[in-house]
Design a protein around this ligand. Sequence first.
Ligand code: MG
Length: 202
Amino acid sequence: MKIFCIGRNFKDHAKEMNADIPTDPVFFLKPDTAILNQKTFFYPDFSNDIHYECELVIKIDKVGKNISEKFAHKYYSKIGLGIDFTARDLQTKCKQKGLPWEISKAFDNSAVISKNFLDISEFNTNNISFKLKKNDDVVQEGNSSEMIFSFNRIISYLSKFFTLKQGDLIFMGTPKGVAPVNIGDHLKGYIVDTEMFSLEIK
Ligand code: MG
């Protein structure tokens, strides 16, 4: 199983990172060991600047390769919500040196993924709102309408390079508002008003 993560898919987040708006999707991978299987995220000792990035997550239903954008909708039926935890201090160092990002993005427990996935047929895929609350304050809000690259464009693009398989997950990128977490924080994610995950930083 593969976990793809799209970067810079929201203009306002690209801006806050001082990054260019991409012309093709930017992405990286997390291994399956990145999945957080509990309700607690233990702050790792290799970073002093772990940021949350709340993101919509699509689950792939069937094998596909070179999928055209027109047929991409046939390859997913469920949507969930997650956090792409990022060691921003390590990522900044990697970027400065032009090195790969994995230590900052793909470490153990860096992928929060909701247990439940919702039927995407219940939504207009171009208008799915989501938000993250930290200690009961809304800290990130986004809508799939603001994505630079649509779900279908991303699936089509990724499938040029990688065979997509049932169970593969795609994090669709984060809106603006990324910021550090601290020990003791409580994070809750919502698609529209449905609570998708709830976790504690320890
Ligand atoms: Mg991200």
